[in-house]
Design a binder for this molecule. Structure first.
Ligand SMILES: [Zn+2]
Length: 271
């Protein structure tokens, strides 16, 4: 484990708040003797949850506030709430995020050089600019963090004993077109009827499409889109199916066509 003097954490927090990006920071619990400083034996988010009452809503760019926090908790990990117009792709290798992202970049092109941190679990936080609505996930194992949440920042201490560290320090680059397309909700002609809910079933459909083997992707997507239609074609579910199909290797136009024909066929069948 790298030992970072407490003063350095305060220094980093202050640097983020006063940087050109004016990043809002918040103090988080840390790891001591292999456990979260909250003391909870069953803590679900060791070293990652806020020390302040309102969590991400307390995040501040005010130097006096930031200094006060780290004087009170010199060991505190640092959370950053991404500013509006900036998102962070949270690549988690434990959930296959690294291979899923690699597959996407092979298909669509590399991500541009941009602000990047290595996380304490061996993943990456890739910062890019993106405006508009962002879905919660780019692909399997790659969550999207925005102003609605926060990320743990270097040199915070991870439960593994590793520290987060910057790999590339620069202004965040613009998200490439394919990333923007994957993040944007698709505009599909949908037949609306009351949704019957069923989050678990939805997750199952999305997983099935994401893991569809080559040769049967279209068929499986078609089947999933029909099931989605039976549930009232919730736009969020169709968006997830589209992203899952693209993640599985279908082109966007192919996937959209398949979903649309499933929706059309189900509408005809319903008349
Ligand atoms: Zn905890």
């Amino acid at each position: 484990m790298t030992d970072v003097p407490a003063l350095e954490l305060e220094g980093w927090a202050a640097r983020y708040a006063t940087s050109g990006l004016r990043l809002a920071v918040l103090p988080l619990h840390s790891i001591r003797d292999g456990r979260c400083t909250c003391g909870g034996a069953a803590c679900k988010s060791p070293g990652k949850h806020p020390l302040t009452r309102h969590g991400k809503d307390d995040a501040s760019t005010e130097l006096t506030q930031v200094t006060m926090w780290w004087e009170r908790w010199p060991w505190a990990n640092i959370g950053i709430r991404p500013p509006a117009g900036v998102i962070v792709l949270d690549v988690d290798p434990r959930n296959g995020g690294d291979t899923a992202l690699e597959r996407l970049t092979r298909q669509h092109g590399l991500l541009p050089p941009t602000l990047t941190a290595r996380t304490g679990s061996g993943g990456q936080h890739i910062w890019v600019t993106y405006t508009g609505q962002a879905r919660g996930q780019l692909c399997r194992g790659v969550d999207v963090k925005s102003v609605r949440g926060y990320v743990v920042a270097p040199p915070s201490l991870h439960a593994s004993g590793e520290r987060y560290e910057w790999q590339v320090v620069m202004h965040p680059a613009r998200a490439p077109r394919w990333v923007r397309r994957l993040l944007a909700p698709p505009s599909l002609p949908v037949h609306r009827s009351p949704s019957t809910g069923g989050g678990d079933c939805d997750a199952g459909l999305i997983r099935t499409v994401a893991n569809a083997p080559e040769g049967s992707r279209n068929q499986i997507l078609y089947w999933a889109a029909c099931r989605a239609h039976e549930r009232g074609s919730p736009p969020a579910l169709l968006a997830e199916l589209l992203a899952a199909a693209m993640n599985a290797g279908l082109s966007e136009s192919e996937a959209r066509q398949t979903i649309q024909s499933a929706v059309r066929r189900s509408q005809v069948g319903a008349v």
